[in-house]
Ligand binder design. Structure first.
Ligand SMILES: Cc1ncc(C[n+]2csc(CCOP(=O)(O)OP(=O)(O)O)c2C)c(N)n1
Ligand SMILES: [Mg+2]
Length: 685
């Protein structure tokens, strides 16, 4: 078959599989796959260094579909390239990532061709996308990761890491603010391994972008400092390939390719309309579209003869070759640099190096104590020394979050120093969290930090982190009213409740310095879950662990810190974070009065919920219904632990601007108030 004939057939196979899948599902987005099929064909079959036989090979190019609604593009190309499925242990399991049957069952339960690209669910998906803008922002993290890895591991003659990141995006991604945050940082960092391709179709759901989006996107990216290219015809694969070759030659800045496209290309009544975006074409329009491609009009889910072979000869052969060359290179590298090779292998499996937790601090009892953020700083600096690929940064609050790494090799990560361990995200919380996800998808162990109040700005990406099952770490300091005078704009109230509500995320609010250490010990061992740490700004007393239970109880989410000797308690006080020492004070007062009090430290609901019922009942015996919880946050959700007769001292309003002491008085976070609540509850039960 002539070259251009089989190329056209291959492109039209992507188009028609997409059309048929959406039509069969009676839902989905046909128009964008119809338009972008030539782009995806070109990237995958001509450019991408990706081996379908091993989709987790570390040095592969990454492809991110930021306009995730066009997922049929990905399902089609993963299927046609015969990309293999990989299990949670990173083993090739021997069946395709996406079968033709999955495509026939697009958007149905258990199909690998889900509504949107889902990392962890379908092999070959590099990042979960769907919330527009997230994919492009995540791709920036992937690009930073490649630079970092190359800097640390490449040696003369051993280019172990050298790959590119391609992200495809649409008008929605460009409108979302997160793309601006991410693009700005990407050019600041000179990420010349990053290429975004913008599907410039002038259409979104409500119609033409004339009604919403008339900025000059090219000028905007030029202003950021990107290399901006334009391809005026989305069907011209030679031009597309040429633009990508210009990207690959461009140094010190990322590339933005504006691709002028026609949504619903080939559909006589739908092309260039919003209707092509998110509705099946309808049977008649499907037939007419196929006719326009010269396709058999009534054929469905057709992969013509020669198409699989064509992809096998393109991406299949190129991918196999580059991976085999890399394997040989890595074998020689392992012989010459065994320690570095071991690091890479451990990292790829999300293992930690031996001795990762050595020298973690132990804090002596101290009534004045130390702030959560300061204890955290000590821990972070030890971990960064023990785990070479552990690092992170803050959204311009490093000095306040105490996340700056100071040990050996911990410089700033900048364009000229891509191996630095201090990332400076600037005031870009949403992009920060997405970038942390991208770094984590690249198997680095990373944290991002800001004030707890601004976790709101990062929340969409934290959610994706949980959905993708990534072991990212979010460090949130100033976790309650500790920065009193800053007032209610800076005082989190509903944030703990909202993070606790997020499936998969482990939220921890440690109550003293040793609990901070144990919180990190727990979090570092997570392989498939993100964690959020809420840390205090102000000093918290370091509890005397010879008197109270060991802080290792943090690993159970909640534990009995202290109690009356012998027998069951009459009342249980439960607290987290900065209110722990308050509860301990109240507890001592009750004990002194002869009341059989128990004090429970509960740094993490999520972890506690995963303990056996027996353990949970041992900490909170069901028959002890007199309970008081203290937490300087929304009371939302606490009733599950205090029951119908318990009391919660928490927040029902926003805070206020005043010194912390006054706020504690105003809102009832004082020992006397806790004791009074305990007496009331006892009297009732
Ligand atoms: C953050 C976010 N907001 C809204 C949506 C819902 N949505 C999905 S696609 C879309 C329109 C996107 O337009 P564009 O990116 O131009 O895609 P095209 O129709 O051109 O493929 C919207 C609003 C979303 N997925 N994510
Ligand atoms: Mg559009």
């Amino acid at each position: 078959m002539a070259d251009d004939k089989i190329i056209q057939l291959a492109i039209d196979t992507i188009r028609t599989l997409s059309i048929d899948a959406v039509q069969q599902a009676k839902s989905g987005h046909p128009g964008t796959p119809m338009a972008l099929a030539p782009l995806v064909y070109t990237i995958w079959n001509r450019v991408l260094r990706f081996d379908p036989q091993d989709p987790v090979w570390p040095n592969r190019d990454r492809f991110v579909l930021s306009n995730g609604h066009a997922s049929m593009l990905l399902w089609s190309i993963l299927h046609l390239s015969k990309t293999q499925a990989v299990n949670a242990d990173y083993e090739i399991v021997g069946h395709p990532a996406v079968s033709l049957d999955d495509i026939r069952r697009f958007r149905q339960l258990d199909s690998k061709a889900a509504g949107h690209p889902e990392y962890h669910w379908t092999s070959g998906v590099e990042a979960t996308t769907g919330p527009l803008g997230q994919g492009v922002a995540t791709s920036v993290g992937m690009a930073i990761a490649e630079k970092w890895l190359a800097n640390r591991y490449n040696r003369p003659g051993f280019e172990v890491f050298r790959y590119d990141i391609y992200a495809v995006c649409g008008d929605g991604c460009m409108m979302e603010g997160i793309s601006s945050e991410a693009a700005s940082l990407a050019s600041h960092l000179g990420l010349d391994n990053l290429c975004w391709i913008y599907d410039n179709n002038h259409i979104t759901i409500e119609g033409s972008t004339r009604i919403t989006f008339t900025e000059d996107v090219e000028a905007r990216f030029l202003a950021y400092g990107w290399n901006v290219l334009r391809v005026g015809d989305a069907n011209d694969i030679e031009r597309i390939e040429h633009a990508i070759s210009v990207f690959r030659k461009t140094k010190e800045r990322p590339t933005f390719i504006v691709l002028d496209t026609h949504i619903g290309y080939g559909a006589p009544h739908r092309q260039d309309t919003a209707a092509a975006h998110g509705e099946p074409l309808g049977e008649e329009e499907v037939r007419l579209s196929k006719r326009s491609y010269g396709w058999p009009e009534n054929a469905q889910f057709l992969v013509p003869d020669g198409v699989y072979e064509h992809f096998a000869a393109g991406i299949g052969a190129r991918g196999a070759k580059v991976r085999q060359e890399w394997n040989a290179l890595f074998t020689a590298y392992r012989a010459k640099y065994p320690e570095l090779a071991t690091e890479i292998e451990q990292m790829q499996r999300r293992d930690l190096p031996a001795g990762w937790d050595r020298n973690l601090p132990v804090f002596p009892a101290d009534a004045k104590g130390i702030a959560g953020r300061d204890a955290s700083s000590k821990v972070l600096n030890v971990l960064a020394q023990n785990i070479p690929w552990f690092f992170g940064g803050s959204a311009d609050l490093g000095p306040s979050n105490r996340t700056i790494l100071t040990g050996e090799g911990a410089g700033d990560l900048q364009a000229a120093s891509p191996g630095g361990k201090n990332l400076h995200f600037g005031i870009r919380e949403n992009a920060m969290a997405a970038i942390v996800n991208g770094l984590s998808l690249s198997k680095l162990r990373v944290f991002g930090a800001t004030f707890f109040i601004f976790s709101d700005y990062a929340r969409p990406s934290i959610r994706l982190s949980a959905l993708m099952e990534l072991p990212t770490i979010f460090i949130f300091t100033h976790d309650a009213m500790g920065d009193g005078e800053d007032g209610p704009t800076h005082q989190p109230v509903e944030h703990l409740a909202s993070l606790r509500a997020m499936p998969g995320l482990v939220t921890l609010r440690p109550g003293d310095a040793n609990e901070v250490v144990e919180a990190y010990r727990y979090v570092l061992q997570l392989r498939h879950q993100p964690a959020a740490l809420a840390l205090s700004r102000q000093s918290l007393p370091t509890l005397d662990r010879t008197k109270y239970a060991a802080a290792s109880g943090v690993a159970h989410g909640a534990y009995v810190l202290g109690g009356a000797p012998g027998g069951d308690p009459e009342i249980i006080l439960i607290a987290t974070g900065s209110e722990l020492s308050l509860a301990v004070e109240a507890h001592e007062e009750l004990i002194a009065e002869g009341i059989r009090s128990r004090v429970v430290s509960m740094p993490s609901w999520d972890i506690f919920e995963r303990q056996t019922q027996e353990y949970q009942d041992s900490v909170l015996p069901p028959k002890v219904t007199a309970r008081v919880a203290v937490e300087q946050a929304s009371t939302f959700g606490w009733h599950r632990y205090i029951g119908p007769s318990g009391r919660i001292i928490g927040m029902k309003t926003f805070g206020a601007s005043a010194p912390l002491k006054e706020l504690q008085r105003k809102f009832g976070f004082e020992p006397d108030n806790v004791v009074a609540a305990a007496r009331e509850v006892l009297a009732k039960t």
